[in-house]
Design a protein around this ligand. Structure first.
Ligand code: FAD
Length: 346
């Protein structure tokens, strides 16, 4: 295990922004992970775990901490006799390679989550979701190393407190947990989830689809909407979809003079697509210098190259300000910003 110094996070994040970090280490085993934590404790510096760097942004100034690059590998398959299967996967495995493998085995469960960048260990952190499915639906348990005690623990799915783009790992109670393995439940019984608009438009009235066809459809839909990470930097949807009161929807419909697409949740609150709001306010396709909103998907904030985290974050604030002025909604970032843990929310 080699601890590197002054490593640029541009090369380790899909936004391709951010300055250097004081220390950086890739860990490939639990003993190495423990060693890395002891290093940070001895130096009295904070640590951050990074997988694929596809949901994280580092500020431009050097961050005085240790980045632990998650490289734990391994997948264990266990087939049941009632058409069910369990798979336990190490945190550093690439998420989409895992999805591809389960789909090729005919397992239903995560096909709608095809093509999401990043690692398996990061998937529970923000309870990744797409096309009507959230990963929490198939997670049985999550193994974590508690950085305070250096002990491994198993957390049940309910102990992970999954919510919309949320889990215990994003909160104070879970801040010492480093995810080392995740266990998933699958079924070989067809369970297509095609209620999401893009999917029912793709398949029409068909319901007899195979799991491979669903993955192919998602791949095509995403290919048309998302930029190539080889050409443009992005961390995916930058903001969470806001959850507001029914009353606000009524008022917003008056202010914006149009019906608002929304989805009513069990508790009576309402989720609005943030991308729709940005599009309505004219942000879609808008570029300012080296940053902007993607032309085919307003919620994707992008970096065209040669920009800085400061320029990007100024743009973020500008977008938030315009949304607040027109709707009173304060957009919350989905992406973790390291080095500026207290973000402004004007
Ligand atoms: C083009 C694009 C499309 C995307 N589409 C979607 C989408 O459809 N749905 C969706 O939900 N997300 C989407 N994302 C966001 C992102 O891909 C997911 O959040 C993904 O799970 C992040 O994985 P990562 O390994 O890159 O995590 P990182 O960016 O490395 O880390 C993200 C967060 O998780 C923490 N973390 C990472 N690994 C661990 C670990 N082992 N233990 C504890 N904490 C850890 C980090 O500290 C950080 O807080 C998209 C991103 C991009 C760039």
């Amino acid at each position: 295990m080699e601890i590197l110094e002054h490593v640029s996070m541009c090369d380790h994040t899909t936004l391709r922004l951010g300055g250097e970090v004081r220390f950086f280490v890739s860990i490939a085993s639990v003993p190495e992970l423990r060693e890395a934590l002891v290093f940070a404790q001895d130096k009295k510096i904070p640590f951050v775990v990074v997988g694929g760097g596809s949901n994280v942004l580092f500020v431009d100034d050097e961050w005085n901490g240790l980045v632990i690059h998650m490289k734990l590998m391994g997948r264990e398959y266990e087939e049941g006799n009632k058409g069910d299967a369990k798979v336990t996967v190490a945190a550093g495995e690439i998420w989409d390679q895992f999805v591809e493998e389960t789909v090729s085995l005919g397992y239903w469960g995560i096909e709608n989550l095809s093509r999401i960048p990043g690692t398996v260990g990061a998937a529970p952190v923000q309870n990744i979701g797409a096309y009507g499915v959230e990963v929490a639906e198939v997670i049985d348990w999550v193994e974590v190393l508690n950085a305070k005690t250096n002990e491994l623990h198993i957390l049940s799915s309910s102990e992970c407190r999954f919510g919309y783009r949320d889990s215990i790992f994003k909160h104070e109670e879970g801040k010492d947990y480093i995810i080392t393995r995740v266990s998933f439940r699958f079924t070989t019984q067809p369970q297509p989830r095609l209620e999401y608009k893009d999917l029912y438009e793709y398949f029409g009235v068909r319901t007899d689809v195979s799991v491979t066809e669903v993955r192919e459809a998602i791949n095509k839909i995403r290919e048309a909407k998302f930029p190539s990470l080889m050409k443009v930097g992005t961390a995916g949807s930058f903001f969470k979809n806001p959850i507001v009161s029914e009353q606000l929807i009524v008022e917003m419909e008056k202010w914006l003079d149009t019906p608002i697409p929304h989805y009513t949740l069990k508790d009576g609150t309402v989720k609005i697509p943030a991308g729709w709001i940005l599009e309505r306010l004219g942000w879609k396709g808008k570029r300012e210098g080296n940053v902007g909103c993607w032309e085919k998907h307003a919620l994707l904030l992008v970096h065209y190259g040669e920009g800085s985290a400061k320029e990007f974050l100024n743009f973020v604030e500008k977008v938030k300000k315009s949304v607040k002025e027109k709707t009173t909604i304060i957009l919350e970032p989905e992406v973790r910003i390291v080095g500026a843990e207290v973000t402004t929310s004007t």
